[in-house]
Design a protein around this ligand. Structure first.
Ligand code: GLN
Length: 554
């Protein structure tokens, strides 16, 4: 008889400063433990008061990642899914806003039976309730929780308190991992451990002792520093894991494993390793490192304006989906950002678009850069350049065909032109009501929906199936009233909702264009290193063909 072990919890906390890779550390620990035969779920607890990440601007917070359930989350959840290859559920993502919202809603419904409702214990109980969800539902053996923010922040103290309470209740089942920064100032030329030691002490002041330290630094940490850090933070030297900068985030799990973090964590938690199998990951990393041939992809975006986050954060899942497919096919993608607004100011710039092997117009909202995107879509359609439109990119491809093939000059989406005589992209009546009432948060068409594909279409050939499920995040849809005319213009609606009323994929036949395809959903949310997304792969293949043709004709 095999003895089932008790559920285990690993809390990942950041020290010294933000942006040092807590999310990737969490994802990597999860991947390593998965490779050792355990079922893992990864959680992020985020300190901000927004109930979800849907109402935040991507230039300030990075991409909004959507789960199957439709929950709008932080981009870290995307990394979790990409590393684990397992779909996250709503309970895997927690914000302070969500916690307070639940507690206050329950209070309004007399759910606390007349008791005085307080941060301690009611908020803390709500947090632990979420954290133990996977255990209660038998979803995993180990829960790894990333606590957002940095030690010393005011906002994340209740999350740390919840973790502390769990440690007191289950001392052998809870581990704390401190991800900290070890700087090496140029003028000193030596790694300085003090900031991390202070972070560990700050954690002690909450009643929490770090069990492991992930020491982030430019280079590998030497033994002397490791011992000093270990002594200063009261842990064995082997529990200091050196995490120097690496070329790619996908190298991190293999790098961590060199310091045996997986086995050490399991030992600390009283578990044995059942196997040691990161083969799927190794195969992918191997392909990534061997991919030498270049492929040039342009992304026509709009989130270029200033903000805390860079462009790469605004479109992170799109970028990763491209890389994953390209590497798997033996290519290294060279990504170029094209600011859609520039094409509005200077149409001669369009010629530049011809130098790329493929062009992506990703999702977006609002009017900024829209005419530039439409101009690019016209150019790539007419010049047979592989094109992939994601959500807004698909909607604008429909607008472009309506304007330039059907000659409806004012065709538009009603998101921008409320009174156009040709609203080829329009809002559903139920969505209209929500907006009228000012209900913006979590009210778009969100999460996984099924679609049926047309036999023999580019989409069906790529997916090799006729039934798919993909994730959505939008309010507007292709207007059913115009379908037959758009089809007359040559567009093929090769993916539709099961009731046939919602257009999920549009494409041009191969006889007309080498690859021109747009999706109303966001395929990028389901691309994973161990299972590249079929549509991204089909797009990359088309781009490689264009490249081959270009090189032959030179
Ligand atoms: N703005 C469009 C809509 O709401 C597209 C959204 C998107 O690209 N995610 O329908």
């Amino acid at each position: 008889m095999t003895l089932r072990h008790r559920h285990k919890y690993i809390f990942v906390i950041g020290g010294v400063m933000s942006g040092i890779g807590k999310g990737i550390t969490t994802a990597s620990i999860g991947k390593i433990l998965q490779g050792k035969g355990y079922r893992v779920n990864l959680m992020k607890v985020d300190p901000y008061l927004n109930v979800d990440a849907g109402t935040m601007n991507p230039t300030e917070h990075g991409e909004t990642f959507v789960l199957n359930s439709g929950l709008e989350t932080d981009q870290d959840m995307g990394n979790y899914e990409r590393f684990l290859g397992v779909d996250a559920v709503t309970e895997d993502y927690v914000t302070s806003g969500m916690v307070y919202y639940n507690v206050l809603t329950r209070e309004r419904a007399l759910g606390y039976g007349g008791k005085c409702v307080e941060a301690m214990p009611d908020i803390v109980n709500e947090i632990t309730d979420k954290i133990t969800h996977a255990k209660r539902h038998g979803r995993s053996d180990v829960t790894v929780v990333e606590i957002g923010g940095t030690i010393g922040d005011y906002q994340n103290t209740l999350f740390i308190e919840a973790a502390r309470v769990m440690k007191i209740e289950h001392p052998n089942d809870v581990v704390f991992v401190l991800v900290s920064y070890v700087p090496m100032p140029k003028s000193i030329g030596e790694m300085k451990t003090r900031p991390t030691r202070i972070a560990a002490q700050a954690l002690n002041s909450y009643g929490v002792q770090a069990d492991f330290i992930i020491a982030r630094s430019d280079v590998v940490m030497d033994t002397k520093r490791r011992e000093k850090l270990a002594a200063g933070c009261m842990i064995p030297p082997a529990h200091v894991i050196s995490a120097p900068d690496v070329k790619s985030i996908y190298d991190v799990p293999l790098n961590f494993d060199k310091d045996h973090i997986g086995n050490l964590l399991l030992k600390h938690l009283g578990l044995s390793h059942k196997k040691n199998d990161l083969r799927d990951w190794q195969t992918f990393v191997h392909k990534k490192n061997r991919a030498k041939k270049e492929i040039s992809i342009a992304i026509v975006g709009k989130y270029f304006d200033t903000g805390d986050f860079t462009l790469a954060d605004s479109y992170i899942s799109v970028i990763e989906a491209i890389k994953i497919s390209a590497w798997t096919l033996g290519y290294t993608p060279k990504l170029t950002w094209l600011n859609a607004k520039h094409f509005e100011q200077d149409v001669s710039l369009l010629r530049k678009v011809g130098s790329f092997d493929g062009v992506i117009v990703p999702g977006g909202f609002g009017s900024s850069g829209v005419e530039g995107k439409i101009a690019v879509i016209k150019y790539v359609r007419e010049h047979h350049i592989p094109f992939f439109g994601l959500c807004y990119g698909m909607q604008l491809a429909v607008v472009e065909s309506a304007r330039h093939i059907l000659k409806w000059n004012d065709a538009h989406t009603t998101e921008i032109a409320k009174n156009t005589t040709h609203p080829v992209i329009d809002i559903l009546p139920e969505q209209k009501e929500l907006l009228k009432a000012g209900h913006y948060g979590a009210t778009m068409r969100l999460g996984a929906y099924q679609a049926n594909l047309q036999k023999g279409s580019i989409a069906a050939r790529a997916y090799t199936t006729l039934k798919i499920s993909e994730r959505h995040r939008h309010r507007y849809e292709v207007n059913l009233d115009y379908i037959s005319e758009l089809e007359r213009a040559g567009l093929v609606f090769s993916g539709r909702s099961p009731d046939g009323k919602l257009m999920e994929i549009v494409e041009l036949p191969k006889s007309v264009h080498p690859f021109f395809l747009g999706t109303q959903f966001h395929p990028e949310f389901k691309a994973r290193p161990t299972s590249p997304h079929p549509l991204f792969s089909a797009f990359i293949i088309a781009a490689t063909k264009r490249r081959l043709k270009k090189t032959k004709s030179v």
